[in-house]
Design a protein around this ligand. Structure first.
Ligand code: 13P
Length: 258
């Protein structure tokens, strides 16, 4: 049960990916905001597409809902057509940013070197990175999950300080579970979350590792959220499809509150 093994407040973030116009984002977030207003013991946030960030920031004013970018490009500004920087995300109201999502890695060719620069850029601007890691089906079948996940973590964190306080969220998202309806079993997910916690212990020290929230992502729904979140090292969820409907997103937050 939550609270018995750790002090970590669960953190549920909706990753809206390339869904929702500004008006649709405002409408959905208004319903979600009102639905979660009285739910205690859980933190939540939303990562809308860039054009909707500012509207979403206005919609959540006065609530505890966090706002995240879905990506950034390193640096403050420059001739990088189509890219958005950490200071721009901050100015639009974001406090967090998703980095290294599997769709960025696999569809847009992002590697750990670029991801490390992005993490550093976020940290330098006091934006909290939500660093995503996860293995493909092929890698899992070849028994490479631990190696892949720790290499992605180590690679992504190479440019930030390796001990002490680092405001970071890690999201474990097995690629084979994203948007497929296939969910890792709670035991499968816990095994990898435990590995991630051990890695963070070596990298940050035991205290920071215990404080760092590790989200699970991949076909999280209202019906499976509670059993995943009951695992000791699963501290929240990064939710794609089920976060698009405000009532199912709110039901996941409710499940996380226990
Ligand atoms: P789904 O919840 O749609 O599987 O997506 C997970 C995800 O990629 C969240 O970042």
């Amino acid at each position: 049960m939550w609270g018995s093994m750790s002090e970590r407040t669960p953190f549920i973030v909706g990753n809206w990916k390339m869904y929702k116009t500004v008006a649709e984002a405002r409408g959905a977030l208004t319903v979600f905001r009102d639905a979660v207003r009285n739910i205690d013991g859980v933190d939540c946030g939303v990562a809308p597409p860039f054009p909707a960030l500012e509207t979403c920031a206005a919609t959540i004013t006065g609530s505890d809902i966090a706002l995240a970018g879905q990506n950034l490009y390193p640096g403050d500004e420059g001739a990088f057509t189509g890219e958005v920087s950490a200071p721009m995300l901050k100015a639009a109201g974001a406090t967090h940013v998703i980095i290294g999502h599997s769709e960025r890695r696999h569809l847009f060719g992002e590697d750990d070197t670029l991801i490390a620069r992005k993490v550093k850029s976020a940290v330098d601007q006091n934006l909290i990175p939500i660093l995503c890691v996860g293995e493909t089906q092929e890698q899992r079948e070849a028994d490479e999950t631990a190696e892949v996940v720790t290499a992605q973590l180590g690679g992504g964190l190479t440019k930030v300080k390796s001990a002490g306080q680092l405001d970071l969220v890690v999201a474990y998202e097995p690629v084979w579970a994203i948007g497929t309806g296939l969910t890792a079993t709670p035991a499968q997910a816990q095994e990898v979350h435990g590995l991630i916690r051990d890695f963070l212990g070596d990298f940050l020290g035991a205290t920071s590792a215990q404080e760092t929230r590790i989200q699970y992502g991949g076909s999280v729904k209202p019906s499976n959220a509670a059993e995943l979140l009951a695992e000791r090292d699963i501290d929240g969820a990064l939710v794609g499809g089920a976060s698009l409907d405000p009532s199912s997103f709110a039901a996941i937050v409710e499940a996380a509150a226990g």
